[in-house]
Design a binder for this molecule. Structure first.
Ligand code: MG
Length: 370
Protein backbone atom coordinates (compact mmCIF):
# COMPACT_ATOMS: atom_id res chain seq x y z
CA UNK A 1 0.00 0.00 0.00
CA UNK A 2 1.37 3.42 -0.92
CA UNK A 3 0.31 6.49 1.05
CA UNK A 4 -0.88 9.15 -1.36
CA UNK A 5 -2.60 11.71 0.87
CA UNK A 6 -3.79 12.32 4.41
CA UNK A 7 -6.67 14.63 5.21
CA UNK A 8 -7.64 16.03 8.61
CA UNK A 9 -11.26 17.00 8.93
CA UNK A 10 -12.93 18.79 11.83
CA UNK A 11 -16.59 17.94 12.33
CA UNK A 12 -19.18 19.11 14.84
CA UNK A 13 -22.04 16.87 16.00
CA UNK A 14 -24.60 18.38 18.42
CA UNK A 15 -25.22 16.69 21.77
CA UNK A 16 -28.85 16.17 22.79
CA UNK A 17 -27.90 17.45 26.23
CA UNK A 18 -24.82 19.64 26.83
CA UNK A 19 -21.85 17.73 28.24
CA UNK A 20 -20.33 19.18 31.43
CA UNK A 21 -16.66 18.64 32.10
CA UNK A 22 -14.31 20.23 34.62
CA UNK A 23 -13.42 23.11 32.29
CA UNK A 24 -16.55 23.81 30.31
CA UNK A 25 -20.02 22.88 29.19
CA UNK A 26 -20.09 21.90 25.52
CA UNK A 27 -23.16 21.50 23.35
CA UNK A 28 -21.30 20.00 20.39
CA UNK A 29 -19.05 16.95 20.05
CA UNK A 30 -16.08 18.24 18.07
CA UNK A 31 -14.22 15.40 16.36
CA UNK A 32 -10.99 15.19 14.40
CA UNK A 33 -11.31 12.69 11.56
CA UNK A 34 -8.38 11.30 9.62
CA UNK A 35 -8.78 10.12 6.04
CA UNK A 36 -5.89 8.30 4.43
CA UNK A 37 -5.77 7.85 0.68
CA UNK A 38 -3.66 4.99 -0.62
CA UNK A 39 -3.16 3.36 -4.00
CA UNK A 40 -5.34 0.49 -2.65
CA UNK A 41 -8.22 2.71 -1.49
CA UNK A 42 -9.05 5.02 1.39
CA UNK A 43 -9.65 4.60 5.09
CA UNK A 44 -11.16 6.62 7.93
CA UNK A 45 -10.09 7.14 11.50
CA UNK A 46 -11.77 9.01 14.36
CA UNK A 47 -9.89 10.66 17.20
CA UNK A 48 -11.37 10.11 20.66
CA UNK A 49 -10.05 13.40 22.07
CA UNK A 50 -12.67 15.80 23.48
CA UNK A 51 -12.70 19.59 23.12
CA UNK A 52 -10.98 20.39 26.41
CA UNK A 53 -7.87 18.93 28.08
CA UNK A 54 -9.59 18.06 31.35
CA UNK A 55 -10.83 14.48 31.18
CA UNK A 56 -7.59 13.59 29.36
CA UNK A 57 -4.55 15.67 28.45
CA UNK A 58 -5.37 15.24 24.77
CA UNK A 59 -7.93 17.54 23.14
CA UNK A 60 -9.08 18.20 19.60
CA UNK A 61 -6.86 21.19 18.76
CA UNK A 62 -3.82 19.43 20.22
CA UNK A 63 -4.59 16.20 18.39
CA UNK A 64 -4.97 18.02 15.08
CA UNK A 65 -1.68 19.86 15.68
CA UNK A 66 0.37 16.77 16.50
CA UNK A 67 -1.14 14.85 13.59
CA UNK A 68 -0.38 17.69 11.16
CA UNK A 69 3.10 18.59 12.32
CA UNK A 70 4.51 15.29 13.56
CA UNK A 71 2.55 12.06 13.25
CA UNK A 72 1.52 12.19 9.60
CA UNK A 73 4.95 13.34 8.30
CA UNK A 74 6.65 10.67 10.45
CA UNK A 75 4.37 7.95 9.08
CA UNK A 76 4.91 9.17 5.52
CA UNK A 77 8.69 8.95 5.96
CA UNK A 78 8.44 5.37 7.27
CA UNK A 79 7.65 3.91 3.86
CA UNK A 80 4.56 2.02 2.67
CA UNK A 81 2.06 2.02 5.56
CA UNK A 82 0.60 -1.06 7.17
CA UNK A 83 -1.67 -1.15 10.22
CA UNK A 84 0.84 -3.10 12.29
CA UNK A 85 3.57 -0.67 11.26
CA UNK A 86 1.85 2.52 12.41
CA UNK A 87 2.61 2.27 16.15
CA UNK A 88 6.30 1.36 15.62
CA UNK A 89 6.66 4.19 13.07
CA UNK A 90 5.26 6.70 15.58
CA UNK A 91 7.02 5.33 18.66
CA UNK A 92 9.53 8.18 18.70
CA UNK A 93 6.76 10.57 19.72
CA UNK A 94 5.72 10.23 23.34
CA UNK A 95 2.07 10.13 24.38
CA UNK A 96 -0.62 11.51 22.03
CA UNK A 97 -2.22 8.07 22.02
CA UNK A 98 -5.62 9.23 20.81
CA UNK A 99 -4.09 11.04 17.83
CA UNK A 100 -1.93 7.99 17.05
CA UNK A 101 -4.97 5.73 17.37
CA UNK A 102 -6.92 7.81 14.84
CA UNK A 103 -4.14 7.54 12.28
CA UNK A 104 -3.75 3.79 12.88
CA UNK A 105 -7.53 3.34 12.58
CA UNK A 106 -7.53 5.05 9.17
CA UNK A 107 -4.68 2.85 7.88
CA UNK A 108 -6.38 -0.23 9.35
CA UNK A 109 -9.63 0.69 7.59
CA UNK A 110 -7.88 1.14 4.23
CA UNK A 111 -5.98 -2.13 4.67
CA UNK A 112 -9.05 -4.15 5.68
CA UNK A 113 -11.13 -2.74 2.82
CA UNK A 114 -8.37 -3.65 0.37
CA UNK A 115 -8.29 -7.19 1.84
CA UNK A 116 -12.09 -7.48 1.93
CA UNK A 117 -11.83 -8.32 5.63
CA UNK A 118 -13.82 -7.09 8.63
CA UNK A 119 -12.31 -5.50 11.72
CA UNK A 120 -14.05 -8.15 13.82
CA UNK A 121 -12.22 -10.90 11.93
CA UNK A 122 -8.93 -8.98 12.10
CA UNK A 123 -9.10 -8.45 15.87
CA UNK A 124 -10.26 -11.97 16.70
CA UNK A 125 -13.89 -11.37 17.65
CA UNK A 126 -15.72 -14.50 18.75
CA UNK A 127 -19.29 -13.16 18.96
CA UNK A 128 -21.64 -11.72 16.35
CA UNK A 129 -23.44 -9.48 18.82
CA UNK A 130 -22.54 -7.61 22.00
CA UNK A 131 -24.45 -6.39 25.02
CA UNK A 132 -24.54 -2.66 25.59
CA UNK A 133 -24.78 -0.70 28.79
CA UNK A 134 -25.33 3.01 29.18
CA UNK A 135 -23.61 5.64 31.28
CA UNK A 136 -25.67 8.18 33.18
CA UNK A 137 -24.03 11.49 34.10
CA UNK A 138 -24.39 13.37 37.38
CA UNK A 139 -27.82 15.04 37.19
CA UNK A 140 -29.16 17.87 39.32
CA UNK A 141 -31.30 15.63 41.53
CA UNK A 142 -31.96 12.02 42.53
CA UNK A 143 -35.39 12.26 40.88
CA UNK A 144 -33.76 13.17 37.57
CA UNK A 145 -31.29 10.30 37.99
CA UNK A 146 -34.11 7.81 38.53
CA UNK A 147 -35.82 9.09 35.38
CA UNK A 148 -32.60 8.68 33.37
CA UNK A 149 -31.96 5.17 34.66
CA UNK A 150 -35.59 4.16 34.12
CA UNK A 151 -35.48 5.38 30.52
CA UNK A 152 -32.31 3.36 29.80
CA UNK A 153 -33.80 0.19 31.31
CA UNK A 154 -37.03 0.72 29.36
CA UNK A 155 -34.94 0.75 26.19
CA UNK A 156 -33.63 -2.69 27.12
CA UNK A 157 -30.07 -1.84 28.16
CA UNK A 158 -28.52 -4.50 30.35
CA UNK A 159 -26.27 -2.41 32.50
CA UNK A 160 -26.25 1.10 33.91
CA UNK A 161 -23.18 3.02 34.96
CA UNK A 162 -23.58 5.89 37.39
CA UNK A 163 -21.05 8.68 37.69
CA UNK A 164 -20.15 9.30 41.31
CA UNK A 165 -18.11 11.92 43.17
CA UNK A 166 -17.51 12.76 46.83
CA UNK A 167 -20.91 13.81 48.18
CA UNK A 168 -22.79 12.08 45.35
CA UNK A 169 -22.27 8.37 45.91
CA UNK A 170 -24.18 6.35 48.50
CA UNK A 171 -27.42 8.33 48.20
CA UNK A 172 -27.88 8.00 44.42
CA UNK A 173 -26.68 4.38 44.35
CA UNK A 174 -29.09 3.45 47.14
CA UNK A 175 -31.95 5.29 45.39
CA UNK A 176 -31.34 3.41 42.12
CA UNK A 177 -31.11 0.05 43.92
CA UNK A 178 -34.28 0.70 45.89
CA UNK A 179 -36.25 1.78 42.81
CA UNK A 180 -35.01 -0.79 40.29
CA UNK A 181 -34.01 -3.74 42.46
CA UNK A 182 -31.00 -6.02 42.72
CA UNK A 183 -31.49 -7.48 39.25
CA UNK A 184 -30.04 -4.45 37.50
CA UNK A 185 -26.36 -4.71 36.61
CA UNK A 186 -25.10 -1.50 38.15
CA UNK A 187 -21.64 0.02 38.29
CA UNK A 188 -20.12 3.34 39.35
CA UNK A 189 -17.41 5.51 37.81
CA UNK A 190 -15.58 8.12 39.88
CA UNK A 191 -13.16 9.42 37.23
CA UNK A 192 -10.41 9.53 39.86
CA UNK A 193 -12.30 11.86 42.20
CA UNK A 194 -11.47 10.08 45.49
CA UNK A 195 -8.32 9.55 47.58
CA UNK A 196 -7.30 6.46 49.50
CA UNK A 197 -8.36 8.32 52.67
CA UNK A 198 -11.92 8.05 51.31
CA UNK A 199 -11.81 4.23 51.48
CA UNK A 200 -14.51 4.13 54.16
CA UNK A 201 -16.87 6.21 52.01
CA UNK A 202 -16.26 3.85 49.08
CA UNK A 203 -16.72 0.77 51.28
CA UNK A 204 -20.15 2.21 52.13
CA UNK A 205 -21.11 1.24 48.56
CA UNK A 206 -20.43 -2.46 49.28
CA UNK A 207 -24.01 -3.32 50.34
CA UNK A 208 -25.34 -2.27 46.94
CA UNK A 209 -23.55 -5.04 45.02
CA UNK A 210 -22.07 -2.89 42.28
CA UNK A 211 -20.51 -4.90 39.45
CA UNK A 212 -17.47 -2.66 39.73
CA UNK A 213 -16.11 0.63 40.98
CA UNK A 214 -14.33 2.37 38.11
CA UNK A 215 -11.26 4.55 38.54
CA UNK A 216 -11.93 5.62 42.12
CA UNK A 217 -8.46 7.15 42.58
CA UNK A 218 -6.27 9.35 40.33
CA UNK A 219 -4.72 7.60 37.31
CA UNK A 220 -1.16 7.45 38.64
CA UNK A 221 -2.09 5.84 41.95
CA UNK A 222 -1.79 2.14 41.16
CA UNK A 223 -0.52 1.30 44.65
CA UNK A 224 -3.50 3.15 46.12
CA UNK A 225 -5.89 1.17 43.94
CA UNK A 226 -4.29 -2.07 45.09
CA UNK A 227 -4.70 -1.04 48.73
CA UNK A 228 -8.26 0.16 48.12
CA UNK A 229 -9.05 -3.21 46.59
CA UNK A 230 -8.24 -4.79 49.95
CA UNK A 231 -10.54 -2.38 51.80
CA UNK A 232 -13.68 -2.59 49.66
CA UNK A 233 -15.64 -5.60 48.45
CA UNK A 234 -16.71 -4.02 45.15
CA UNK A 235 -14.31 -5.03 42.35
CA UNK A 236 -11.99 -2.16 41.44
CA UNK A 237 -11.86 -1.31 37.72
CA UNK A 238 -9.25 0.88 36.05
CA UNK A 239 -9.92 3.24 33.15
CA UNK A 240 -7.62 6.29 32.92
CA UNK A 241 -4.74 4.41 34.64
CA UNK A 242 -4.36 1.94 31.79
CA UNK A 243 -2.72 3.53 28.75
CA UNK A 244 -1.03 0.49 27.19
CA UNK A 245 -0.65 -3.27 27.50
CA UNK A 246 2.47 -2.63 29.61
CA UNK A 247 0.60 -0.44 32.07
CA UNK A 248 -2.19 -3.03 32.17
CA UNK A 249 0.39 -5.69 33.05
CA UNK A 250 1.81 -3.48 35.80
CA UNK A 251 -1.65 -2.80 37.23
CA UNK A 252 -2.52 -6.49 37.19
CA UNK A 253 0.81 -7.47 38.78
CA UNK A 254 0.21 -4.96 41.60
CA UNK A 255 -3.31 -6.23 42.16
CA UNK A 256 -4.61 -2.76 41.33
CA UNK A 257 -7.43 -3.93 39.06
CA UNK A 258 -10.02 -6.70 39.12
CA UNK A 259 -11.52 -5.34 35.90
CA UNK A 260 -10.24 -3.03 33.13
CA UNK A 261 -12.19 -0.62 30.95
CA UNK A 262 -10.60 -0.71 27.48
CA UNK A 263 -10.89 2.33 25.25
CA UNK A 264 -8.98 2.03 21.97
CA UNK A 265 -8.11 5.74 21.82
CA UNK A 266 -6.79 5.82 25.36
CA UNK A 267 -4.34 2.98 24.71
CA UNK A 268 -3.17 4.12 21.26
CA UNK A 269 -5.41 2.12 18.94
CA UNK A 270 -7.35 -1.08 18.31
CA UNK A 271 -4.25 -3.26 17.97
CA UNK A 272 -2.92 -2.19 21.38
CA UNK A 273 -6.44 -2.59 22.80
CA UNK A 274 -6.30 -6.24 21.76
CA UNK A 275 -2.96 -6.58 23.57
CA UNK A 276 -4.53 -5.05 26.72
CA UNK A 277 -7.33 -7.60 26.36
CA UNK A 278 -4.81 -10.41 26.01
CA UNK A 279 -2.82 -9.36 29.09
CA UNK A 280 -5.96 -9.11 31.19
CA UNK A 281 -7.50 -12.33 29.90
CA UNK A 282 -4.33 -14.29 30.67
CA UNK A 283 -4.50 -12.97 34.24
CA UNK A 284 -8.20 -13.67 34.68
CA UNK A 285 -9.04 -9.95 34.74
CA UNK A 286 -12.27 -9.13 32.91
CA UNK A 287 -12.45 -6.25 30.44
CA UNK A 288 -15.23 -4.20 28.89
CA UNK A 289 -15.30 -1.57 26.17
CA UNK A 290 -15.63 2.05 27.31
CA UNK A 291 -16.95 5.00 25.35
CA UNK A 292 -15.86 8.54 24.54
CA UNK A 293 -19.05 9.97 22.98
CA UNK A 294 -17.81 8.68 19.65
CA UNK A 295 -19.63 9.14 16.37
CA UNK A 296 -21.05 6.01 14.77
CA UNK A 297 -17.78 5.58 12.90
CA UNK A 298 -15.74 4.69 16.00
CA UNK A 299 -18.71 3.12 17.81
CA UNK A 300 -19.08 0.63 14.95
CA UNK A 301 -15.40 -0.25 15.26
CA UNK A 302 -15.75 -0.56 19.05
CA UNK A 303 -18.41 -3.24 18.53
CA UNK A 304 -15.78 -5.45 16.89
CA UNK A 305 -13.42 -5.01 19.84
CA UNK A 306 -16.22 -5.65 22.34
CA UNK A 307 -16.86 -9.01 20.65
CA UNK A 308 -13.49 -10.46 21.74
CA UNK A 309 -13.76 -13.32 24.26
CA UNK A 310 -12.32 -11.45 27.25
CA UNK A 311 -14.97 -8.72 27.05
CA UNK A 312 -17.18 -10.29 29.68
CA UNK A 313 -19.18 -7.23 30.75
CA UNK A 314 -21.52 -5.01 28.68
CA UNK A 315 -19.70 -2.07 27.11
CA UNK A 316 -20.52 1.61 26.62
CA UNK A 317 -21.34 0.77 23.02
CA UNK A 318 -24.91 2.03 22.75
CA UNK A 319 -25.79 3.80 19.47
CA UNK A 320 -24.58 7.42 19.31
CA UNK A 321 -28.19 8.52 18.74
CA UNK A 322 -28.53 8.23 22.52
CA UNK A 323 -26.33 11.30 22.96
CA UNK A 324 -25.79 12.87 19.52
CA UNK A 325 -28.44 14.58 17.40
CA UNK A 326 -26.51 13.87 14.18
CA UNK A 327 -24.10 11.18 13.04
CA UNK A 328 -21.64 10.49 10.22
CA UNK A 329 -22.73 6.95 9.38
CA UNK A 330 -25.89 4.88 9.28
CA UNK A 331 -26.17 4.25 13.01
CA UNK A 332 -25.72 0.87 14.61
CA UNK A 333 -29.09 -0.30 15.95
CA UNK A 334 -29.71 -1.70 19.42
CA UNK A 335 -32.35 -4.35 20.05
CA UNK A 336 -33.06 -5.21 23.67
CA UNK A 337 -29.72 -3.71 24.59
CA UNK A 338 -27.81 -5.82 22.07
CA UNK A 339 -25.98 -4.69 18.95
CA UNK A 340 -24.85 -6.70 15.95
CA UNK A 341 -21.10 -6.72 15.31
CA UNK A 342 -20.41 -5.27 11.83
CA UNK A 343 -19.06 -7.86 9.40
CA UNK A 344 -18.46 -5.68 6.36
CA UNK A 345 -14.91 -5.06 5.11
CA UNK A 346 -13.09 -2.28 6.96
CA UNK A 347 -13.72 -0.79 10.39
CA UNK A 348 -17.43 -1.45 10.12
CA UNK A 349 -19.18 1.65 8.78
CA UNK A 350 -19.24 3.82 5.67
CA UNK A 351 -19.17 7.59 6.07
CA UNK A 352 -22.34 9.17 4.68
CA UNK A 353 -21.23 11.91 2.27
CA UNK A 354 -24.18 14.22 2.97
CA UNK A 355 -23.95 13.86 6.75
CA UNK A 356 -20.21 14.44 6.57
CA UNK A 357 -20.67 17.62 4.52
CA UNK A 358 -23.24 18.99 6.96
CA UNK A 359 -21.03 18.31 9.98
CA UNK A 360 -17.74 19.52 8.51
CA UNK A 361 -16.15 22.70 9.84
CA UNK A 362 -12.80 22.45 8.06
CA UNK A 363 -10.75 20.12 5.89
CA UNK A 364 -7.01 20.24 5.36
CA UNK A 365 -4.64 18.10 3.38
CA UNK A 366 -1.51 17.41 5.37
CA UNK A 367 1.84 17.85 3.69
CA UNK A 368 3.48 14.41 3.69
CA UNK A 369 7.00 15.81 3.55
CA UNK A 370 8.23 18.69 5.72
MG1 MG B 1 -14.38 5.97 33.18
Amino acid sequence: MRLEAVELRRVRLPFHVPFRSALAETSVREVVLVRVVTDAGEGWGECAALSHPDYTSEYVDGAAAVLRSHLVPLLARAGPPSATGVAPALAGIRGHRMAKAALEMAVLDAELRAEGRSLAARLGATRTWVEAGVAVGIPTSVAELLDDVGAALDEGYRRVKLKIAPGWDVEPVRAVRERFGDGVLLQADANGAYRLDDAAALAALDPFHLALLEQPLPPGDLVGHAELGRRVRTPVCLDESVTSADSAATAVALGAASVVNVKPGRVGGYLEAVRVHDVCRAAGVGVWCGGMFESGLARSANLALAALPGFTLPGDVSPPSRYLAADLVAPPVARDGRLAVPDRPGIGADVDAGALRRATVSVERVALAP
